[in-house]
Structure formats: structure tokens, C-alpha cells
Design a protein around this ligand. Structure first.
Ligand code: SF4
Ligand code: SF4
Length: 270
């Protein structure tokens, strides 16, 4: 499952929601679990929340045990990928001969497979029908099966809608940063804040509730209650906060930045 390598230097066949294809994956197929070897899977904030809860780990433990930090090209932003095992096949840590042990909470990339989503890389020209492509790995025999899908029915079947909805704000941050001139760099501290609010939700919770955060920012009590008890809401709040501090966005409507005391993270490493 190596979408990034597949994308290098090639223009993918562009699919939209109505595009049709034949495909089926099942545990009797000869290639069963081959797509879970040689992995290169970028994890989104929502992927990490689902996976760490599935494994009953804190986000910090999950990141330490199962991910590799990377830098996303053209953005200089930190991302994390699922860490492949050190076996010869570079297997996903969650694959067994019987399949995926975190199947119900598998990452967005795994749900879309054998489709890839180009919106992160090619946001330009992406309309409401999206921009999808076939990953087309030669070992995948699912295309020889007769069950017919559209991209839309595949998305529904694989439950990606909720993932896309919750990943949208974070994806926008990355696309927005990509549109900046390459010489506009964030400080190391800013990148650490991006990492924490994006991926380490338990640390971000501590940051919000056990620091001066709630003194520095005027967050209404309804929002405070919500983010205290709902980590998805906390994650969305974190993305809005990042948008506010990284890009000075004023449309983060669920909390108000107290301009006078806000952290000036864009301009200092102190
Ligand atoms: S998370 Fe599951 S579906 Fe995704 S690569 Fe790993 S084993 Fe395969
Ligand atoms: S058909 Fe494709 S997606 Fe299904 S197990 Fe085989 S390689 Fe993986």
C-alpha cells in the first residue's frame, strides 16, 4: 500500500464519484493481505484517535510504538506514517495471516484502497466530485473480480465519509501551507505545536487543561465542556486553533482568540 511512491512522477487516471470499476477483496483471494506489506501509510489525526483507542493506548504510546515521524515535502510540516515491521516484507504491524487486527478502525488510506485520494497533492482543480485514482499495485487481484462499484458506493461501503469529514480541516491546513512560498518557514516550536495538536491528542488535552491556555484564549464554557469530554471535538478544536495561530485565521468560530494574550508562536522559538 504505497501510494506516495506510486504517485511519484506520474499523472494518475482521474476518477470522480461516478466513475465505475470492478473489484472485490475477500479472505479467499490469493493475494490476501499482500497490500499490507511494504506499507507507506500517512496517518491523519482521526486515524490516530481510532487506532489508539482500538489498541487501548494513549496517543503518546501509539505514536512511540507504531509510527515514524516524517516531513511532508513542499510543506515542511511534520506528518507521521505507520511504521512497518522489520521483517523482510516490511509488513504492517497490524496484519496477521487472518487479516487486519484493527479492521474496524483501519486508517483512511486502507479504507480507500485500491483507490487513492489525490486531494492532498492536487488540490488545484479538485471539484465537489473529488479526485480519485487507482493505486494499481500488480499483486492486487481484486480487479479480476466481477462486483461493480462506483467511487461513491465504494466510499460508502468502506465508511470513509466520517473520516473525510473529520480530516477535512487538517487537510486544508496542509494544502494551505503548500500554497505558501517555499521560503516561508515555521519555527521548530510551531512545528511541535502542529505535531501535538494534530497527532498527540492526549498531550494536547493536557496542554489545554493543565496550562494557561484557557486564560490566554477566550473559549466559551460550552466549548470547554464539549472538548473536555469528547476527543473528536477536542481534535477539531485543535485544528481550528492551529489554523488560527499558524495562518491568523478569523473563521475559527467555536473559540475566540484573545489577541492581547495569545501565544505568538509564529515568530519565536522561545
Ligand atoms: S492497518 Fe490493517 S488494512 Fe491497513 S495496512 Fe495494516 S493490516 Fe492492512
Ligand atoms: S485483493 Fe487487493 S486489497 Fe484485497 S487483499 Fe488482495 S491485494 Fe489486498
Amino acid at each position: 500500500m504505497n501510494i506516495h511512491d506510486k504517485m511519484a512522477g506520474i499523472v494518475p487516471e482521474r476518477l470522480n464519484l461516478k466513475s465505475k470499476f470492478k473489484f472485490q477483496c475477500h479472505n479467499q483471494i490469493k493475494c490476501f493481505t499482500k497490500c499490507c506489506r511494504g506499507i507507506s501509510i500517512t496517518l491523519t489525526p482521526y486515524d490516530i484517535i481510532r487506532l489508539k483507542n482500538s489498541l487501548k493506548l494513549t496517543s503518546h504510546e501509539f505514536l512511540a510504538l507504531y509510527t515514524t515521524p516524517q516531513v511532508l515535502e513542499k510543506t515542511d510540516l511534520p506528518i507521521v506514517t505507520l511504521r512497518a515491521g522489520d521483517d523482510e516484507l516490511k509488513s504492517c504491524p497490524f496484519v496477521t495471516d487472518k487479516g487486519c487486527i484493527v479492521y474496524n478502525d483501519r486508517p483512511t488510506t486502507c479504507r480507500y484502497y485500491p483507490l487513492g485520494v489525490a486531494s492532498l497533492m492536487y488540490k488545484e482543480g479538485v471539484d465537489e466530485d473529488g479526485f480519485y485514482f487507482f493505486v494499481n499495485e500488480s499483486h492486487c487481484l481484486g480487479f479480476e473480480e466481477s462486483k461493480e462499484w462506483t467511487v461513491e458506493t465504494w466510499r460508502k461501503d468502506q465508511g470513509v465519509d466520517i473520516h473525510d469529514q473529520l480530516n477535512a480541516g487538517w487537510t486544508d491546513l496542509i494544502v494551505y501551507k503548500r500554497s505558501f512560498p517555499p521560503n516561508l518557514k515555521f519555527t521548530e516550536k510551531t512545528k511541535q505545536l502542529f505535531f501535538m495538536a494534530s497527532y498527540n491528542i492526549d498531550k494536547f488535552r493536557e496542554f489545554v487543561f493543565e496550562s494557561t491556555f484557557l486564560d490566554r484564549y477566550a473559549v466559551n464554557s460550552e466549548t470547554v465542556d464539549k472538548i473536555k469530554n469528547d476527543e473528536i471535538a477536542l481534535s477539531e478544536f485543535g485544528i481550528k486553533w492551529l489554523k488560527s495561530i499558524l495562518f491568523k485565521s478569523k473563521d475559527a468560530d467555536s473559540f475566540q482568540v484573545n489577541e492581547e494574550s495569545a501565544l505568538n508562536v509564529n515568530n519565536t522559538d522561545n
